[in-house]
Design a protein. Structure first.
Length: 586
């Protein structure tokens, strides 16, 4: 997510005042009651637009769909003003005889995520893009927000400065969008890192140890600050929501929103996943929030903002969220390789990697990544996933060429100095030039193959430089059909090149029997183990409620995953490479 100047630029109007009031009088209704006061207005009409997306989350979410009971009146005379909705997110108000205008509306808030709004008996949480309008041409105006909690024991927490009791000031609309609010009886803990103030707000009950979480967050902050040579803020806020099964985060310039499973802190691997999430969103305060693609230097809140560079914005961040805990001492190199093995397994088991390039994946985020369907794994690849593996390769390439005296860290630092500190957007060509400069080699072919093309990533070749190899895992040794089932026996995915696809098995089909004997979902793979590659079986199924039996010739078992393991006899150079990379013995 980026915060910077907006598309329509005007000088700040000296006497114009924009003030919001957000009330939560009936939390059980899930309705935020919002009042917007525009004072000293001097035009015959007032345009109001609500964003259709939140920076950092690349999907049109149509926040205006949650607006209801929209009204406008002259503040002084209390006279109702004529309003007209002229597009899905655009309202027009007749202000020909009005200087001070009051707009009131409600926003339904019952979606608990990091990029939406949520209000119930226990708290209120909102994002600026999902709650507030902007006035086109006046995005640079300062905006005040007053929050009225439903009861005295509810506190307000946000990254915005408090100018009066429960009144907060955003220097412009971008800053307002970039500053979520948490209102309620959440816990709030302050701690210091490198002389800077940090806060952790937690809503919800769970099994986390607050002392341990804060100690590990402090480690992450120190490591990332060391990478970028300092912290670019005076204070920082972590907002954490604990829910039944949530997972996600959204970066902001001086804070981040996190959502995680309330009981995901006791099991070691789950806790490590949480810390990776923290490392990821915190890393974004440099990479994306300040080091940002040119296409995201200026926001258009009305429509998609396209860039081919999300592979670096999210991919590099995803690579580092696995690596930062190693450097923090939270887990060791072996654990890191375990997590990396799972990422590689996911990548190599996604057929879409051979269809969609990394650049295309970045560009098409708006219509593909967050809009998955039954064919998604056949037709696309995540820029998070493949981007992280391309960044892994770049890191290993640079380290091997320079005996670990240079790495992807130097790319990040150079990007920070050249683009992040002055806050100017980079082009795809400038990004590639910086990487090539640090590597001291021409990477034109690398980028053509692995960014613009769909050539298989030579991961084994790069890992071998560090004394590692990829080992195939096939725990079940089940003959392959090329399908995945839900727990109710319904086909949810059919691999495009599979034997199932060839006989017309489709997503939505319900598998009933193998060779005329009923089969339950939980025993499906066990039943397939009775057969071998080349054997033919009859599958009975419902296809759109029509009973059908198809004959299928089973294929060779597919790898269930891949594991990174040391070479049997690594060279001294490979051992040194590994040591320099993961700070441990191979």
């Amino acid at each position: 997510m980026t915060q910077t100047k907006t598309i329509l630029k005007t000088d700040k109007v000296k006497n114009l005042a924009i003030n919001y009031q957000v009330s939560l009088s009936q939390p059980g209704s899930h309705l935020f009651e919002v009042e917007l006061n525009v004072n000293n207005w001097d035009k015959p009409t007032l345009d109001l637009k609500m964003p259709v997306w939140s920076p950092g989350s690349y999907l049109i979410r149509e926040y205006a769909k949650n607006v209801q009971d929209f009204k406008a009146k002259d503040t002084q005379s209390n006279q109702v003003l004529n309003t007209e909705k002229i597009s899905k997110n655009h309202w027009l108000i007749d202000t020909s005889n009005s200087v001070d205008i009051t707009i009131s509306y409600q926003v339904y808030a019952h979606e608990l995520s990091v990029r939406t709004n949520h209000l119930n008996y226990s708290h209120g949480y909102f994002n600026g893009a999902a709650l507030f309008y902007y006035i086109p041409g006046y995005e640079q105006q300062a905006i005040r927000v007053k929050v009225i909690p439903p009861q005295a024991d509810w506190q307000v927490t946000t990254a915005l400065p408090e100018v009066e009791n429960n009144v907060y000031l955003a220097k412009d609309f971008d800053t307002l969008v970039d500053s979520p609010f948490e209102i309620g009886t959440h816990s709030l803990t302050e701690f210091e890192v490198l002389g800077k103030k940090h806060r952790l707000a937690i809503w919800g009950e769970g099994n986390l140890s607050l002392e341990q979480v804060i100690a590990d967050i402090q480690k992450i902050i120190k490591v990332e600050a060391d990478l970028y040579e300092g912290l670019p803020y005076e204070d920082y806020l972590f907002l954490l929501h604990l829910s039944s099964n949530g997972f996600g985060g959204l970066e902001h310039k001086n804070c981040c929103s996190l959502i995680y499973s309330r009981f995901g802190f006791r099991v070691t691997e789950k806790y490590q996943r949480f810390l990776q999430l923290v490392a990821h969103e915190f890393f974004h305060l440099w990479n994306v929030k300040r080091i940002r693609p040119q296409a995201l230097e200026t926001f258009d809140y009305d429509q998609e903002n396209y860039t081919t560079s999300l592979w670096f914005a999210e991919g590099a961040t995803s690579y580092y969220d696995l690596l930062i805990p190693v450097r923090s001492g939270i887990y060791d190199g072996k654990t890191f390789l375990g997590f990396l093995s799972k990422e590689i397994s996911k990548y190599l088991n996604t057929p879409g990697r051979q269809v969609q390039s990394l650049s295309e994946s970045s560009f098409d985020a708006w219509i593909k990544l967050y809009r998955r369907d039954a064919n998604s794994d056949n037709s696309q690849i995540s820029y998070y996933l493949k981007g992280s593996l391309v960044c892994l390769m770049l890191d290993l390439l640079i380290r091997s060429r320079h005996q670990n005296k240079r790495s992807l860290d130097d790319v990040m630092r150079l990007m920070w100095r050249r683009f992040g500190q002055p806050e100017i957007g980079y082009s795809p060509e400038e990004l590639e030039e910086v990487i090539s400069t640090v590597a001291e080699t021409d990477l034109t072919e690398f980028f053509q193959l692995y960014l613009q093309g769909t050539t298989e990533l030579p991961l084994a070749e790069y890992l071998a430089l560090f004394g590692l190899q990829l080992q195939v895992i096939n725990k079940d040794n089940v003959p392959d059909l090329g399908i995945q089932l839900t727990d109710k026996g319904v086909v949810k995915f059919v691999r495009q090149d599979s034997v199932a696809a060839k006989v017309g098995i489709s997503p939505g089909d319900e598998i009933l029997a193998i060779n005329q004997i009923r089969v339950q979902t939980e025993e499906f793979n066990e039943r397939l183990k009775d057969y071998q590659e080349g054997d033919k079986i009859d599958l009975t199924l419902f296809h759109q409620d029509q009973l059908r039996t198809v004959s299928v010739e089973l294929a060779f078992p597919q790898p269930s995953g891949y594991e990174i393991v040391p070479l049997k006899e690594p060279s001294q150079q490979q051992r040194e490479n590994y040591q320099g990379w993961l700070q441990s013995e191979l």
